[in-house]
Every structure is written in C-alpha cells, then in structure tokens.
Design a protein around this ligand. Structure first.
Ligand code: ZN
Length: 138
C-alpha cells in the first residue's frame, strides 16, 4: 500500500472513530452491522464485549508526520566507498558454481511425445498439420 493510501486509510478510520465517539456509539457502522448480523444469527448465544471504550479508538490513534525536505536532514559522518570489483559482471543470472554429480540426472526419463500422433520431435501444440487460428475478419 502506498504511503498516501495508508495515510488516507488512517484518516478515514480516525474520522469514523471520532463520529462514533461523538454519537457515543461503541462501534463503527461496519462493525455495528456485523454485530447485528451476528446477533441475529446467534440469538441464542451470549456475547461479551472486550475493552470496548478504548478498543477502536486506540487502533487508529497513530498519526503520520511528514518527512522533512532533504535539506533539513542531519549531516551523516558515513562516507560510501564504491569499488568496481564489487559490482556484478555482465547481465543475467549468475552461473552456478555447484559441482554436479550423477545424482543430478534423472533416470528413466523418456522424451515427451506428441498428444495426437504419439511421436517425438513436436508437441500437440506444434503439431505440423494442425490448423492455425485465423485472425478475425474485419
Ligand atoms: Zn504429432
């Protein structure tokens, strides 16, 4: 979740919490609806609320403070040293240095066969005389 989304998420829920507190409601509308549905469903059961005064408000009480401009950051005493020897050479995946042995090869493995003619060298998807899909006519 992007930082702006998190801030928006917390702001929206903080507002809901304030409205719920102003109305002396113990729960947000979403939670109240879920509770009502649960109470209807389990009308024969007993239900106890837990820490109901502080629960919802404390959850969304955290606030975000914006990061100041880079010019106001304290100076660091750390200097970064770069070395071309430490950089990766070339592109792509690094070559494995593991030594392969006889246990790496699988025994009894047969070549894959075509699903249509049961021959090797091609697959059902690349069957030589398989009709190709035509592009839609305009
Ligand atoms: Zn075939």
């Amino acid at each position: 979740m992007a930082m702006e989304s998190v801030v928006h998420y917390f702001n929206a829920r903080r507002s809901l919490g304030r409205v719920a507190q102003a109305n002396r409601s113990l729960h947000t509308p979403h939670v109240a609806a879920k509770l009502a549905a649960s109470m209807t469903k389990a009308s024969a059961h007993n239900m106890r609320s837990f820490n109901r005064e502080k629960e919802y408000s404390a959850t969304w009480a955290s606030q975000f403070f914006p990061l100041p401009h880079e010019a106001y950051w304290p100076q660091s005493s750390i200097t970064l040293l770069t070395s071309s020897d430490l950089r990766r050479k070339g592109s792509g995946r690094p070559r494995s240095t593991r030594l392969r042995n006889g246990m790496d090869s699988k025994e009894g493995r047969r070549a894959s066969l075509c699903g249509i003619c049961k021959k090797s060298g091609h697959y059902q998807k690349t069957y030589p005389s398989r009709p190709r899909k035509r592009p839609a006519e305009p």
